[in-house]
Write a protein that binds this ligand. Structure first.
Ligand SMILES: NS(=O)(=O)c1ccc(NC(=S)OCCc2ccsc2)cc1
Ligand SMILES: [Zn+2]
Length: 249
């Protein structure tokens, strides 16, 4: 679409996610700060089968688990995390790094409680949400992930939920918090362009056997013919006028 339509572009779909991140073009921006992550394990509440994925939800009624600094202004409150995966280990991540696809991706969803009263309100604004994307690579069994996987049996069918007490989300993150950041969108309905994406440059391990258990979740309800959630990742979107920046050289 030519420049003459850029006004229309502005309001519709020019900042969609995920994208392929060309690491050579993602320049280091010295204004970017280190990411500050403060998660309180007491805020973990439950795991829910959403039908297209499962969400691990947190108590976001106050600024107890938050992130700030990095590319952000003010505090963003932890709401939920979830994963995207593929039907085989050859596919699955949403973000792609220099054309390399990873077998899965973790999304940790936060909303701007500094400026907006609720998640729903924040999701209507470009600075409303901040999602940390963590790429997963096939490796040794991940004990922190195993705690989540051990609970999947309790949420096998769509709509089922199960309590999750004192989950230490911070222990799932890599030590190295260097990241790429760019302005984008939700990668599922309603695709709102409200996300500051923070994609970590260091991947975390998951074993192939653990990943297989994600595919055992059903997108159907208890009383329906069982259909597994074999994959739930969106294809990469056009960059348009955007630039991805790096937190390090
Ligand atoms: N895959 S993603 O991280 O971009 C992502 C994150 C959140 C959501 N949606 C959430 S948490 O809420 C859905 C309902 C809603 C309400 C107002 S805007 C969206 C969708 C996709
Ligand atoms: Zn996601």
């Amino acid at each position: 679409m030519g420049a003459s339509h850029s006004h229309r572009n502005k309001h519709c779909h020019s900042h969609q996610s995920p994208i392929n991140i060309c690491t050579k073009k993602a320049r280091h921006d010295p204004i970017l700060k280190p990411l500050n992550i403060q998660y309180d394990s007491k805020t973990s509440k439950r795991i829910v089968n959403m039908g297209h994925c499962f969400n691990v939800e947190f108590d976001d009624t106050a600024d107890m688990s938050v992130i700030n600094d990095g590319p952000l202004t003010g505090k963003y409150r932890l709401r939920q995390f979830h994963f995207h995966w593929g039907s085989t280990d050859a596919d699955g991540s949403e973000h792609v790094i220099d054309g390399k696809v990873y077998p899965a991706e973790l999304h940790i969803v936060h909303w701007n409680s500094h400026r907006y009263p609720t998640f729903e309100e924040a999701a209507k604004h470009p600075d409303g949400l901040a999602v940390i994307g963590v790429l997963l690579k096939i490796g040794e069994k991940n004990p922190v992930l195993q705690t989540i996987i051990d609970n999947l049996g309790q949420v096998k069918t769509k709509g089922k939920e199960h309590m999750l007490i004192k989950y230490e989300l911070s222990s799932m993150l890599p030590k190295d918090l260097n990241y790429w950041t760019y302005p984008g969108s939700l990668t599922t309905e309603p695709y709102f362009e409200c996300v500051t994406w923070i994609v970590l440059q260091h991947a975390i391990p998951i074993s192939s056997a653990q990943l297989t258990q994600f595919r055992g979740l059903l997108c159907t309800a208890e009383n329906e013919k069982p259909v597994p959630i074999l994959e739930n990742h969106r294809r990469v979107q056009r960059l348009h006028d955007r630039v991805a920046r790096s937190s390090c050289t």
